[in-house]
Design a protein around this ligand. Structure first.
Ligand code: PEP
Ligand code: MG
Length: 543
């Protein structure tokens, strides 16, 4: 077949990994049309009916969604039952607003509050609210809420935006992947797509064009690109890659339940990074060597300061899940890209270089001590390891140990069950990485996300400098090699829990550096085990 002359490549941001081949289906937002407003009484009844219909639709979707989908939808249904919130819209109708304006204004106010919350969690919630706003408006205007896009076999959906509920409506045997002009890699749609292994590119740099519909396309979600009308060469390369991805998947499915060993039989510890305990419900603990990083920020969302018992219950759940395997729990790492309203300082010119991680905990001993108490109590249940983020100087670890000693003495005095947990530190600050020999610690864990950011002077949340923030930079690998050598010489355990370990292409470089313990995102357990299995010596020169 002759090459199509019109191959066009559009780029965006990678929200998931994966590759898809298929046919473009363009989804345009349904126009709402016109609606004649009635008396306040009629408007009230119209909004009531629209809300009831939306509730029914969301309920039906939630009933067939998995836990993650249902949890996202639950937030929307809860708002539809919140009388205080609904009261805002109905009060506007009483004041003379048509139902659509009253509903939009109430939702917009709520969205603005969530957006002001700052962090990714709140931004994702704001998108959920816009999803709900649109659903009720469609219902009010009588716009068809069924799929305006006609799905075809191997659909690659192209849309301006994709809400979580729309994604749940569309997912099924036809949907191979999606590319959207808006969105962000931290949105709920991205989380849903990642959990389902559906390739998704966000922020695609193009305009929707009807002529794109029906064209063949290659969606490379890992690279963040969409190729429309691919040439036969592009198509052949994509097909080869798909074949090799499928072969790799079959290979790691064989390995996932077994301990990870390198080609020469050397064991490698593979633990998981935990951002949200909900993921544990569907993860057999035997697939990993424990939890290598728990990002406890999830406990503090919305400026909520969980008390000791609330924290203890969560830590106890992790210990029970791990069935005796080590559970590493990081103390609060707020600040930088993880602001917590009311806790992290506002107005810092450069929050990544400011009061974050341990620096913040040491300034808030009242928060820190509560967390240490809960952790020491949970340590009575098994091998719990406390890990401290963003350590710069050995003296900071001495301060942490002194606070922990006080906490343990208090618990002993009160006769509360507890045990002394291992106390270790993350290596994320170059000054600490270059001086590992001076730290008194039970273990090290390299946080490559921050280490790469600080070493290359490239903010981890700035796509414009992403190519410079290359974990393959010889300076990064040299530093990791150094940390491993020092830890070995001192007889201290060392691992790596940054995203480098979750990338099967980078993992061999870490094994080259001498690392034999890693912690990866749960979805990457299989691919990581396969990369380790295939490793049989030097991954090669890099830089
Ligand atoms: C890291 O910096 O590599 C790390 C694991 O911590 P976080 O990504 O939570 O900052
Ligand atoms: Mg970090």
């Amino acid at each position: 077949m002759a090459d199509l002359p019109s191959e066009r490549v559009f780029t965006g941001l990678s929200a998931t990994g994966g590759l898809a081949l298929g046919t473009i289906v363009v989804e345009k937002a349904a126009a709402l049309g016109d609606r004649q407003a009635g008396s306040p009484g009629q408007e009230r009844r119209a909004l009531d009916a629209a809300i009831a219909r939306a509730k029914g639709e969301i309920g039906a979707l939630a009933a067939k969604a998995d836990d993650l989908g249902a949890e996202i939808l639950e937030f929307q249904s809860a708002l539809l039952e919140d009388d205080d919130f609904l009261g805002l819209a109905f009060a506007r109708i009483t004041g003379g607003d048509p139902a659509q304006e009253a509903w939009s204004a109430a939702l917009d106010g709520e969205v603005a509050q969530y957006r002001a919350g700052g962090d990714d969690y709140f931004k994702a919630r704001a998108e959920d609210l816009l999803d709900l706003k649109a659903r009720v408006l469609r219902s009010l205007f009588g716009t068809d809420t069924k799929a305006p896009a006609r799905m075809v076999k191997d659909t690659i959906l192209l849309a301006v935006d994709l809400t979580p509920s729309r994604f749940l409506e569309l997912e099924g045997p036809f949907l191979r992947g999606a590319a959207i002009l808006g969105g962000s890699p931290t949105s709920h749609v991205a989380i849903l797509a990642r959990a389902r292994g559906i390739p998704l590119v966000v922020g695609l740099d193009t305009k929707l064009d009807k002529a794109m519909a029906g064209q063949h396309a290659v969606l490379d979600a890992k690279a963040g690109s969409l190729t429309i009308a691919p040439s036969s060469a592009t198509l052949a390369t994509a097909k080869d890659r798909l074949d090799s991805i499928a072969a790799d998947t079959r290979a790691w499915e064989e390995l996932i339940a077994r301990p990870a060993v390198m080609g020469d039989g050397t064991p490698v510890q593979v633990s998981i990074n935990l951002d949200d305990p909900a993921i544990l419900d569907n993860l057999p603990p035997a697939h990993c060597d424990g939890i290598g990083l728990t990002r406890t920020e999830f406990l503090f969302r919305g400026g909520r300061l969980p008390d000791e018992d609330a924290q203890f219950k969560v830590y106890r759940r992790l210990m029970a899940w791990a069935e005796g395997r080590p559970v590493t729990i990081r103390t609060l790492d707020a600040g930088g890209d993880k602001p917590i309203a009311g806790v992290t300082p506002s107005g810092e010119a450069n929050p990544f270089l400011g009061v974050r991680g341990l620096r913040l905990s040491l300034r808030h001993p009242e928060i820190f001590a509560v967390q240490l108490r809960a952790l020491a109590r949970a340590a009575a249940l098994g091998p719990l390891k406390i890990m401290v983020p963003m350590v710069t100087l050995p003296g900071e670890m001495d301060q942490v140990r002194a606070i922990l000693d006080l906490v343990l003495a208090d618990l002993a005095k009160a006769g509360t069950d507890h045990a002394r947990p291992a106390l270790g530190m993350m290596i994320e600050v170059p000054a600490a990485a270059l001086c590992t020999e001076y730290f008194e610690t039970d273990f090290f864990s390299i946080g490559s996300n921050d280490l790469v950011q600080y070493l290359t002077a490239c903010a981890r949340d700035n796509a414009a400098v992403a190519p410079l923030a290359d974990p393959r930079n010889p300076a990064v690998l040299e530093l990791i090699r150094r940390c491993v050598a020092v830890a070995r010489a001192k007889g201290i355990e060392i691992g790596l829990c940054g995203d480098m370990a979750s990338d099967p292409e980078l993992l061999p470089l870490l094994l080259d550096c001498g690392l034999r313990s890693i912690s990866v995102s749960p979805a990457q357990l299989g691919p990581a085990k396969l990369a380790i299995h295939r490793y049989s010596g030097k991954a090669g020169r890099h830089g």
